[in-house]
Design a protein around this ligand. Sequence first.
Ligand code: NAG
Ligand code: NAG
Length: 228
Amino acid sequence: MCTIRCCSFYCSHDAAMLKIISFIICFNCVFAYFTLSGKCPENVTLQEEFKLPDFFGKWYQSYHYSSDGQQQNNCSTLELMTRPSGFYLNQSRVDRGLFHRYSIGKLDINLRMEDAARLELMFAFKNAPRRLKTRRYPFHILATNYNYYATIYTCQYSPLIDKHFIYVWILSRNPILNDVSKELAIKPLQKIGVDSSKLVKDDQDKCVPKYYEDVPVEPTTFRFPVPI
Ligand SMILES: *[C@@H]1O[C@H](CO)[C@@H](O)[C@H](O)[C@H]1NC(C)=O
Ligand SMILES: *[C@@H]1O[C@H](CO)[C@@H](O)[C@H](O)[C@H]1NC(C)=O
């Protein structure tokens, strides 16, 4: 299984040989990452009149779906923050049961009311080549009632191999998502063609890992720049 770590490591070297190696490695990554055929789902209806201010505060990741089957962390939480330069999303998690880490993405807000749920996240990848340092990913709110659940997804398409990647977050205000909220949260998954039986339950118990890293790192849910 390939991760962004190998890609960004090799790609950041300039030597021609390493570039070739990195291309092969990255190419393999791309194949392992984009597994669903065709383009991202189109004309997906999102949460109507999404109100960002009501979305602030902490959310626990109760379930997730990653189309490439990756499962590298648990105890994930998401929290919006306000800074003088804008709104940011803090995605924290425990990686491989050992490291408490977080990633900060800048939120790009859609000012048109009808597109309010169509958010984008921008992440900085410090070790990547210059043109890939800043990457944008869709972060679309499928549904939320603000007080109990939220269903969010991202999708990336690779024109190179005509495949896409989907990641879904089922978020809960409480460490445990109640059954009624879960039903409401998984309903919109049909709009993006995700089978709810493929959701993976996230562990929110034992969230005290061995190591605590207090610096932002690259996100594990968003890995490839598009388009490739
Ligand atoms: C992000 O969230 C985690 C977990 O709540 C916290 O430990 C970390 O300090 C936060 N980072 C920032 C920059 O607020
Ligand atoms: C999830 O947490 C458990 C308990 O800390 C740990 O043993 C396991 O390796 C973790 N799984 C992943 C994928 O991080």
